[in-house]
Design a binder for this molecule. Structure first.
Ligand code: AVJ
Length: 335
């Protein structure tokens, strides 16, 4: 008998090395910068969950509403036997899709890909219980490095990259990530991509600078990660949370602004880091999209749009895409 759960782990200390490399690289630049992926230790993940519940932070609940509204349509358009989810986390939105695929009678397997081992194991156990007959093949790893470890498809698949996380990548890397994801897609498969949309800057700024200060705490949490993992001596309260909308790039930037001049020591790297009073360090970009940008990025990755699903206020988009079919104009028939 085949067991319902299989989990492969690809964690090998590379994550810790990448933190050290990113800190050495990012904190020695003239404009200091830390990549957002290091926000998510246990406390960071918890703070992010709280952000998702905030009245100002519309993306999570809007994406869920779109899924709830259009899951049946997605099941019909894709006929998917499996759902591969990149950055699956607690898989809370996943159930909406799994329900629709189960109702359509096509669901066979769920493949969560996430760096957090406990989340992959717990959701595998829960989902196999909730969906009798479902196989779960978890991949514990980083979606920037371990996409090659995703198993062969068991049938038509949806690769879901939800939440708007693609917006964390600047334009060039974004297209590289999409191209790598596209390698998981055969001719019968689909990508389901969540992206936040361009809108009133005041709405955007509020979503990243909530009145309760949860996002500020989330932002400062990266300093606690550095303190713990690299034996640094940041004083998180020495930094002020900044969230601004850059209208030229159409992205939100989060920064940490030093309240006073000081030098921090990152002991594990033997690295003193000096901050001027008022100096700002970039900790995240979160790109906001138009349908043109979504289509352009897809095309650059060899993908084509099937359909964009959005909410009535057009706050957020879920885009269904597939590998670009050579069009008749590009490939004139030789016969
Ligand atoms: C998880 C990357 C989609 O950019 O909105 C939330 C992270 N940062 N509040 C986003 C985040 C500040 C979030 N993503």
């Amino acid at each position: 008998m085949q067991t319902a759960i299989r989990i492969d782990s690809h964690l090998d200390g590379a994550h810790e090395r990448s933190l050290a490399d990113d800190v050495l690289d990012g904190l020695t630049r003239p404009f200091k910068e830390l990549p957002p992926k290091h926000f998510y230790d246990a406390r960071g993940a918890e703070l992010f969950d709280r952000i998702c519940e905030l009245p100002e932070y519309y993306p999570t609940r809007t994406e869920r509403a779109i899924l709830e509204h259009d899951a049946a349509e997605l099941a019909m358009l894709t006929g998917a036997a499996e759902l591969v989810e990149l950055g699956s986390g607690t898989a809370s939105k996943t159930r909406v899709l799994l329900d629709a695929l189960e109702r359509a009678g096509t669901l066979e397997r769920y493949v969560p890909v996430d760096v957090t081992e406990s989340m992959v194991r717990e959701c595998a156990a829960q989902l196999t219980e909730e969906y009798p007959g479902l196989h779960v093949h978890g991949v514990i790893g980083d979606f920037e490095r371990h996409l090659g470890e995703v198993p062969e498809a068991v049938g038509p698949r949806i690769v879901a990259f939800l939440g708007g996380t693609i917006g964390n990548f600047p334009p060039g890397s974004r297209r590289r990530v999409l191209r790598e994801i596209s390698r998981l897609l055969g001719p019968e498969d689909h990508l389901l991509l969540g992206t936040d949309l361009v809108k009133d800057p005041a709405v955007l700024r509020a979503a990243y600078d909530d009145t309760q200060g949860v996002t500020a705490e989330f932002n400062r949490n990266v300093l606690r990660v550095l303190n713990r993992e690299l034996d640094a001596d940041f004083e998180p309260e020495d930094f002020e949370h900044v969230a601004l909308f850059d209208p030229e790039h159409e992205w939100i930037e989060m920064r940490l602004r030093a309240r006073r001049e000081h030098t921090t020591l990152v002991r594990e790297l033997d690295l003193p880091v000096h901050f001027e009073a008022g100096e700002e360090m970039r900790t995240e970009i979160s790109a906001k999209f138009t349908s043109e940008r979504i289509e352009g990025d897809l095309a650059a990755a060899g993908l084509e749009l099937v359909r964009i699903f959005t909410d009535p206020d057009e706050l957020f988009a879920l885009t269904l895409a597939r590998v670009a079919q050579p069009s008749s104009s590009e490939q004139p028939s030789s016969s």
